[in-house]
Design a binder for this molecule. Structure first.
Ligand code: GDP
Ligand code: IMO
Ligand code: MG
Length: 438
């Protein structure tokens, strides 16, 4: 029966990939429904580490169908590299992957526009995008005039359309001060590139929307894989320091075509601390040695860009907000092993903004920049918990930390992760968690 979802509750990289891979065998389909190659999802299987950008994290399970649905923006060259990389390691993604004909393409000009615009300061800071062309592609999707979809790759009139778009984009880029970038665009080259994409990706393109609706009618189980994190949601995140899609739970239905009535379980994924990569306010950020220590122990470097992630204490104001926004039923608390290296832990329970205590996550980036965290201090457990497989094997301080996070968010913690490997996961009542019957 119906759909379960894995949603990031912070600024991305909460370890959604690990969880989706782990839960995939209990489902018939894994669905990636928003974002694009800005995502970097890591799956660790024994000594093998897979870094996935477009391909859903259920791909290592041959019996599970993996779908990339209309809300995703696809950079075909990156996707093809991903497929070849998987094939070289003995995975056969062409057997269990389908791409929506409605998905939009990140075209070469989107990458150039991202490069040009990302140099600009927005509200005092650079957004610091992943330079994967995400914002420009979604902008053209909504704008409708210059968009290219997967289905267009298979149409005869594509070369003529691409010629028109390239000419317009050259004028736009030059007008934005990017004459050198505009000169890199050639319609002949783009047309040739698109023909190659059509040949190599064409066999994977299909009607994922009806496929999923048929699956639901047949009583199959879907697992929806969020990309990014809810605080990067275009409508509900720390705008303008966000990505360009609905990365919180509100995006599931729109991006996949799966009606909301089928969504029965939402698992919110959060680290036991906080990280952020790129620009934007981050109230609990630690720019001191402690932040550096979290980064090194947690290996907090971007999966897609390799940038060092900014690190800080757990922010319960932010996660309470995103858990409610995404309709989260259960929390998966990741990276508990990393906190095993600290004497004292701090959890942000409210903000002080201009002398006022604030319990609700504010809308404006400038208010959030002025927010001083009000911390509660907890005892650390100073122990290696990477070998724990049951809650009872965790030190009492770790159990108290989990319980406190649960209370502060208002949602039970049902999964605890103590390392990157599949086995380093503790489930409290897995069957109940995954039974999609209310
Ligand atoms: P995603 O984008 O949400 O899928 O997360 P990323 O893959 O970008 O980043 C999560 C990183 O943490 C990856 O390198 C994972 O292998 C790793 N990881 C996952 N769970 C744990 C955990 O419990 N402890 C530690 N130390 N690392 C973890
Ligand atoms: P996963 O799925 C962390 C951040 C970028 C930048 C902002 C906008 O691995 O959790 P974009 O390229 O989307 O226009 O960049 O969003 N960002 C992510 N940060 N994890 C991600 O994905 C991210 N995808 C985008 O760093 O601040
Ligand atoms: Mg990531």
């Amino acid at each position: 029966m119906p759909a379960a979802c894995v949603i990031g509750l912070q600024w991305g990289d909460e370890a959604k990939g690990k969880l989706v891979d782990l839960l995939a065998p209990e489902h018939d389909c894994v669905v990636r429904y928003q974002g694009g190659a800005n995502a970097g999802h890591t799956v660790v299987s024994g000594d093998q580490v897979y870094k996935l950008h477009h391909v859903p994290s259920g791909i290592l399970h041959p019996s599970v169908m993996n779908l990339i649905t209309p809300g995703v923006v696809i950079e075909p060259s990156t996707l093809l590299k991903e497929l070849t990389g998987l094939e070289a390691r003995g995975v056969n993604p062409r057997k269990n992957l389908q791409i929506s004909e409605r998905a939009h393409l990140v075209m070469p000009w989107h990458l150039l526009e991202d490069q040009l615009l990302n140099g600009l300061v927005v509200q005092g800071e650079n957004i610091g995008t992943t330079l994967r062309g995400i914002g420009p592609c979604y902008r053209d999707k909504v704008g409708r005039t210059f968009a290219v979809r997967m289905t267009d790759l298979l149409q005869d009139d594509l070369p003529a359309r691409l010629g028109t778009i390239v000419a317009a984009k050259q004028t736009m880029l030059a007008g934005m001060g990017g004459k050198e970038l505009a000169d890199q665009l050639s319609s002949d080259k783009v047309i040739e590139l698109a023909a190659g994409w059509a040949e190599q990706l064409g066999p994977l393109v299909g009607d994922t929307t009806n496929y999923l609706l048929d699956q639901l009618d047949a009583g199959k189980r879907l697992l929806m894989e969020g990309a990014q994190g809810s605080l990067l949601d275009i409508d509900h995140g720390t705008y303008p320091f966000v990505t360009s899609s609905n990365a919180s739970g509100v995006g599931i239905s729109g991006g996949s075509g799966v009606p909301a009535k089928w969504i029965k379980r939402v698992i919110g994924v959060t680290k036991a601390y906080s990280t952020r990569v790129g620009g934007g306010p981050f109230p609990t950020e630690l720019t001191c040695e402690t932040g550096q220590k979290i980064r090194e122990i947690g290996r907090e470097y971007g999966t897609t860009t390799g940038r060092p992630r900014r690190c800080g204490w757990f922010d319960a104001v932010a996660v309470r907000y995103t858990a409610r926004l995404s309709g989260v039923d259960a929390i998966s608390l990741m990276m508990m092993d990393v906190l095993g290296h600290f004497e004292k832990l701090h959890v942000c329970v409210a903000y002080d903004i201009d002398g006022q205590r604030v319990d609700r996550f504010p809308c404006s980036a400038s208010a959030l920049r002025r927010a001083k965290p009000i911390y509660e201090t907890m005892e650390g457990w100073k122990a290696d918990v990477t070998g724990a497989r049951h809650l009872g094997e965790l030190p009492s301080q770790a159990l108290r930390y989990i319980e406190r996070i649960s209370q502060l968010i208002g949602v039970p913690v049902k999964i605890v992760s103590v390392g990157p490997d599949r086995r380093q996961t503790i489930f409290a009542d897995k069957d109940k968690l995954l039974s999609l019957v209310d």
